[in-house]
Design a protein around this ligand. Sequence first.
Ligand SMILES: [Zn+2]
Length: 71
Amino acid sequence: MQKNTMVACPTCSKKTPWTTENKDRPFCSARCKLIDLGEWASESYSIPQQDSEEDEVFSEDLTANPNRSFL
Ligand SMILES: [Zn+2]
């Protein structure tokens, strides 16, 4: 297994390591993942600004929006 595979974040193009530890891959951060999802999911969807609450917000979203089950 390669441990140093680098991918470009789809949102900001920043190089980020593709590892099992990087739960947000191919994004560089949970923030970028939220931004990218928000662009197609809903134009009126407001991006949460609290890093510590992102996981909680996603859980609520998954419950309310079965179409996001790919997450
Ligand atoms: Zn990024």
